[in-house]
Design a binder for this molecule. Structure first.
Ligand code: SIN
Ligand code: CO
Length: 410
């Protein structure tokens, strides 16, 4: 894939010089960038239960946050205040959103979080803050003034419902217009203000804290561990102080705990499950009238397979992780499945082994994968005609997919 949007840097140079190290502003990174949504589309997404959205409002220095679902009445009465609507996980609803993320696949999918889209009218923003994300901020509609700062002072305004820096000292400033891109490493202070009606696409790569990783790993261990035996003390003697915990008891428990072991295999298994675990609001829907296995295999062979927009899939050696589940496969199947994890689609299934179709069929029944749309020019012309005939609007059509969301930045 071509990566022309990094200001003449190759992905390798970008990673060496900027990734997790230094911000980069790239004017005209995506020169022909078309918005994936209109502000009205974004508001419509925000009205869904399964979509995570927030409305951030500032009135005279007082910030408030309202969590979605958000309805037209929530946007009335905002005159005179500065506000911004943030919608998380847009890539789970729009194929175009997922396609935009694929442009960043010089960074492993294991680091990717989601596509967040914000809309703000003139003056709107979410205040000066920092995130625990590597983030690419791509400007669509309108203009946003970005100020950034490498300041160490991370003191927050007390008593606010979102993290706002108390003292923000801008060190650099740009006005981003359509197609301009700003990369920021985690913890880098930034402050974006809309200069007019403004859509911003935020491609976020989560940097989990050590504390978060450790506590999730411990929860994983708890689920996995099968420990034998029970506390035993046939050697018990009469204590001098019945109210004291004896040293012998501490030693016995210490020995029991020392039996908890883990190695790289457990760490990899944990990571795969953890990183592909669907976010809390995400539900998969089985196809309403599933095809039989052989009909499915026949169509899959002809049309190919795509991951559903909500699916998360990663591979490690011969373990496939999909939506929090782990499946061990043969090296042969791994070769077949790698492109599905890399590109989210599998095209040439002509020679695929039956075991692959068994697995794909299970995932199809679970709503994890779907048959690819027929891609013939005739079929897409037919689809366009049908759209015109039914009067379906492009943007309306895009937003009719199935539902979800997950938490964090801004
Ligand atoms: C925005 O899109 O304005 C919010 C992005 C951010 O500042 O993190
Ligand atoms: Co931010």
């Amino acid at each position: 894939m071509m990566h022309t949007f990094l200001k003449g840097l190759s992905p390798r140079q970008f990673l060496a010089r900027h990734w997790q190290k230094a911000p980069l502003f790239v004017p005209a990174a995506f020169p022909d960038f078309h918005d994936l949504v209109t502000p009205a589309d974004l508001m419509q997404l925000a009205s869904r239960d399964e979509v995570e959205s927030r409305l951030v409002v500032e009135r005279a220095g007082i910030w408030s946050v309202q969590r979605g679902p958000l309805f037209p009445r929530d946007f009335r009465g905002l005159k005179g205040s500065r506000w911004s609507l943030l919608v998380q996980g847009v890539d789970q609803w729009l194929p175009e959103g997922k396609a935009l993320l694929q442009a960043f696949s010089f960074i492993p999918h294991a680091r990717l979080d989601d596509l967040m889209v914000s809309f703000a009218p003139a003056g709107g923003g979410v205040g000066p803050h920092f995130d625990s994300y590597d983030v690419f901020l791509l400007q669509g509609l309108g203009h946003k003034r970005w100020q950034i700062s490498g300041q160490r002072d991370r003191t927050l305004l007390p008593g606010m419902p979102l993290r706002i820096l108390q003292r923000f000292r801008a060190e650099a400033e740009w006005t981003a217009g359509r197609g301009d891109l700003l990369y920021l490493p985690p913890q880098y202070a930034h402050y974006g203000v809309a200069l007019d009606d403004c859509l911003t696409y935020s491609i976020g790569f989560r940097a989990p804290s050590a504390q978060e990783l450790v506590s999730h790993f411990l929860a994983y261990l708890e689920e996995q561990l099968q420990v034998e035996g029970m506390y035993e003390d046939p050697d018990l003697t009469v204590p001098r102080h019945p109210g004291a915990i004896g040293t012998r008891m501490v030693e016995k428990v210490e020995e029991m705990l020392a039996a908890i072991r883990w190695g790289r295999a457990e760490v990899a298994d944990f990571l795969g499950r953890y990183l592909t675990e669907p976010k809390p609001h995400v539900f998969f829907e089985a196809p309403p009238r599933p095809l039989g296995r052989s009909r499915f295999a026949g169509l899959a062979q002809r049309r190919g397979i795509v991951l559903s927009l909500k699916s998360l899939m990663l591979l490690h050696h011969t373990t496939v992780f999909i939506n929090g589940e782990a499946v061990r496969v043969s090296p042969l199947l791994r070769r077949w499945l790698m492109p599905l994890a890399d590109d989210r689609r599998l095209d040439d299934l002509g020679e695929a082994p039956p075991a692959l179709f068994d697995l794909l069929y299970d995932w199809y029944r679970a709503g994890y994968v779907m048959l690819a749309r027929p891609a013939s020019p005739l079929a897409s012309r037919r689809a366009a005609l049908a759209r015109r005939a039914t009067g379906a609007k492009e943007s309306g059509g895009r937003l009719t997919g199935a539902p979800t969301g997950r938490g964090r930045r801004g």
